[in-house]
Design a protein around this ligand. Structure first.
Ligand SMILES: Cc1ncc(C[n+]2csc(CCOP(=O)(O)OP(=O)(O)O)c2C)c(N)n1
Ligand SMILES: [Mg+2]
Length: 184
């Protein structure tokens, strides 16, 4: 499945959950599919979406926090998985769209054709991990996992296809922060 299809599938299942996005095309696709004030778009800093999500999950235990991450992003800051497993926030739902490349910068290979990130997450203390390879499966997993206590990790295998003319997030970073803070 395409990453945009995977993002759309998860967004369809969400209601008012907060979603922290990894940088690059993940932000842009989610923005185009459904720009919501509950979305925080990390523009630029690779690897930090899960760290930001963790901070929010710990300080807002009454809210469900979803992270839309990429395989390259997770590999860049893999220590965060151990921190998430150790703090074990039950309101934390980590979706990783794994295309096995740094897609946003030209498809340089990552390592996830070999390394199964959901196994790293499991060994790091996540309560439950899943792997989805098509949108039907992803929908069922997304519906199920949001009902259980986390931290949960969902590895979503996607291909490298995307709309080459996709627009950029039009909000300035300050604006993204302000409207996100207003909803939390
Ligand atoms: C610290 C840092 N290094 C490199 C980049 C450039 N960069 C932006 S997105 C990206 C690829 C992210 O890969 P992945 O998380 O797998 O997401 P994908 O684009 O494949 O969906 C890279 C290398 C950056 N923004 N910050
Ligand atoms: Mg990738």
């Amino acid at each position: 499945m395409k990453r945009a299809e995977a993002i759309k599938t998860v967004l369809t299942v969400l209601s008012d959950e907060l979603v922290v996005h990894a940088n690059g095309l993940i932000c842009r696709e989610s923005f185009v599919i459904n720009d919501r004030p509950q979305n925080f778009y990390m523009i630029g800093s690779m690897g930090l979406a899960a760290s930001i999500g963790l901070g929010i999950a710990v300080s807002k235990p009454e809210r469900k926090i979803v992270v839309f991450d990429g395989d390259g992003n997770v590999l860049m800051n893999m220590g965060t998985l151990a921190q998430i497993g150790t703090l074990c926030p039950e309101n934390f739902y980590h979706f990783v769209f794994d295309n096995e490349v740094y897609g946003s910068t030209g498809n340089q290979p990552t390592l996830t054709n070999v390394i199964e990130l959901e196994k790293v997450a499991r060994a790091s203390g996540y309560i439950k991990t899943y792997r989805a390879i098509n949108s039907g499966e992803l929908r069922v997993i997304a519906e199920e996992c949001l009902k259980i206590k986390g931290p949960v990790f969902i590895l979503v295998k996607v291909n490298t296809e995307y709309d080459k003319k996709i627009e950029r997030v039009s909000h300035a970073p300050e604006e993204i922060k302000k409207r996100f803070m207003a909803v939390i």
